[in-house]
Design a protein around this ligand. Sequence first.
Ligand code: NI
Length: 162
Amino acid sequence: MKEIVLYGDKVLETRAEPVTAFDDELVALVSEMFDAMHKGDGIGLAAPQVGVSKRIFVVHIEGDRRRVFVNPEIIETSQELVEYEEGCLSFPGLYFTVTRPASVKIQAFTEKGKPFTLDADGLLARVVQHEYDHLDGKLFIDRVSSLKRERALVRYRRLIRV
Ligand code: NI
């Protein structure tokens, strides 16, 4: 079982590398990512969060099927922006209201190497954007005001020491 990497580890702030081989190892990694995500009660997880600096993320929202995104590209974002409270498995106990586009169009490959395009809105659009950020080493705390971020990090450091 892969452990979730917590904030403070450099891998979370590193731009991940594209996947070059669609092989059994990739399929196994994706399966391990779903296991780690479900164990943490999350609905999305990016490979850097299990210490693997590769451009892969997985999403599983209740009522929807499991979705895998390898080498994803967000190719369109709506002008309409929405606020939503986000959490992140790498920041246990921390939640922020983050403003992002309401919908996105994304291109990616499945773990078997099959290309697809997806129009996402609602919660799916939100999770896709949060996880996509992880692949660029960008974290949800980077998308809130510096004052809010500083306060939250003080709280977070207190939390993870317990
Ligand atoms: Ni996250």
